[in-house]
Design a protein around this ligand. Structure first.
Ligand code: HEM
Length: 398
């Protein structure tokens, strides 16, 4: 077993190339796929960059997701780790609490259920494309396409009024901002929780045909728990897919041969979406887990109480698992990628995200066969300091 002193201080975020993880992470992976890293709070924890190691950690019940056990890999405390966890926010819970909440939602996110949603997602996509056509070029693809589609879908599913999008889109982006202060994050979270709490209370009195109303009817949850679950679903449900649509389109526009496959071969789209998920790995940092007891991972001992931060981007490019992984190849089999995580916390909304992307990318590329960037690629502003990587704006012409 090996146990070295930390050589890396603080998780690197700066990317040398738009679509690749930071070079430092790639170098670290070649050196040791699980190695010591100094955390922002002085903790001597671990960094996992290898595919096998990351997958093993995510699958192992001896690693916890609880924020109060976790150290922060960045100097500033990030995400919702500070302060008491909102009830129902099961992303950061362990069994049995995690199991209890997640179980109430799994039926809503099955492949079958997502198939039923397909016609509605088609309609939403087409109406966004119509609006883009009406408004004319140039357009910001994020504002007119990538953000509204998943936002509209998750709003309809949850029963959140889309008219309130400015509030929840703003609060979500603050919560995910790695440079926001703890006070700003807490204020945005509390604002969104208060908004959702009022919505849930209204639905308890006058239920609709939506997920939040369904949860009130389950009789198992308090309003605060439902608001916490709603917070998780609302943030996870639009920020992630929106960034995949924006960044994915950018990647395709700079790889015209790959773009042509997605546009012209309907049979290739399913696979192409998996490859875009693998190649882009939009979770910029993490997840992070903490060992509840001593655990050996590939010959390295992680001691009880130590945190491990993963880089899914580095793991998804690991040459031991994906040959030539630094190249975008929409015809390769990207199955087994870790972009949706792995184990008990594996993304609940993954089928929804897949359906949205399988519909949206080809629809966009077919409607605007001449789609191209309106600015040089290096001028596209990136979300370099958000927990979810992507483009801030994507100016396009057609
Ligand atoms: C391309 C889009 C998406 C990506 C890349 C993504 C990624 C992830 C990842 C990596 C995790 C695991 C985090 C961990 O292990 O700590 C996760 C969890 C989760 N995701 Fe997604 N996600 C996406 C879309 C969605 C959508 C559309 C929803 C819909 C509501 C959603 C809801 C959730 C929820 C509720 C969890 C927590 C699951 C649990 O703790 O059991 N995600 N997601």
């Amino acid at each position: 077993m090996t146990e070295a002193t930390p050589r890396l201080s603080i998780f690197p975020l700066a990317r040398e190339r738009t679509f690749d993880p930071p070079d430092e992470l790639t170098r670290r992976r070649a050196e040791a796929p699980l190695q010591r890293m100094m955390y922002g709070d002085g903790h001597e924890g671990w960094l996992a960059t290898g595919y096998a190691e990351s997958r093993a950690i995510l699958a192992d019940a001896r690693f916890s997701s609880r924020p109060e056990l976790m150290h922060s890999a960045l100097p500033q405390r990030v995400e919702l780790r500070r302060g008491p966890l909102p009830p129902g926010f099961f992303l950061q819970m362990d069994p049995p609490d995690h199991t209890r909440y997640r179980r109430l939602l799994t039926g809503q996110f099955t492949v079958r259920r997502m198939k039923q949603l397909e016609p509605r997602i088609h309609d939403i996509t087409e109406s966004r494309l119509d609006a883009m056509e009406r408004e004319g070029a140039p357009a910001d693809l994020v504002r007119s396409f990538a953000l509204p589609i998943p936002s509209l879908v998750i709003c309809e599913m949850l029963g959140v009024p889309y008219e309130d999008r400015e509030k929840f889109q703003h609060d979500s982006s603050v919560i995910l901002d790695l440079e926001a202060s703890t006070d700003e994050i807490t204020a945005a979270r509390d604002d969104l929780l208060a908004y959702l709490g009022a919505l849930v209370a209204a639905k308890r009195k006058d239920p609709g045909d939506d997920m939040l109303s369904g949860l009130t009817a389950s009789g198992e949850l308090t309003d605060a728990e439902i608001a916490g679950m709603g917070l998780l679903l609302l943030i996870a449900g639009h920020e992630t897919t929106a960034n995949m649509l924006g960044l994915g389109t950018f990647a395709l526009l700079t790889n015209p041969r790959q773009l042509a496959v997605v546009r012209d071969d309907p049979g290739a789209v399913e696979n192409a979406v998996e490859e875009l998920l693998r190649y882009l790995s939009i979770l910029h940092i993490g997840p992070t887990r903490t060992a509840l007891e001593d655990v050996e991972i590939g010959g390295t001992l992680v001691r009880a109480g130590e945190s491990v931060t993963l880089s899914l981007g580095a793991a998804n490019r690991d040459p031991e698992r994906f040959e030539g992984g630094d190249t975008l190849d929409v015809t390769r089999s990207a199955q087994g990628h870790l972009s949706f995580g792995h184990g008990i916390h594996q993304c609940l909304g993954q089928q929804l995200a897949r359906v949205e992307m399988r519909i949206a990318y080809p629809a966009l590329l077919r409607r605007f066969p001449g789609l191209r960037l309106a600015v040089p690629p290096e001028e596209v502003p990136m979300r370099a300091t958000s927990a979810v990587y992507g483009v801030r704006r994507l100016p396009v012409l057609w």
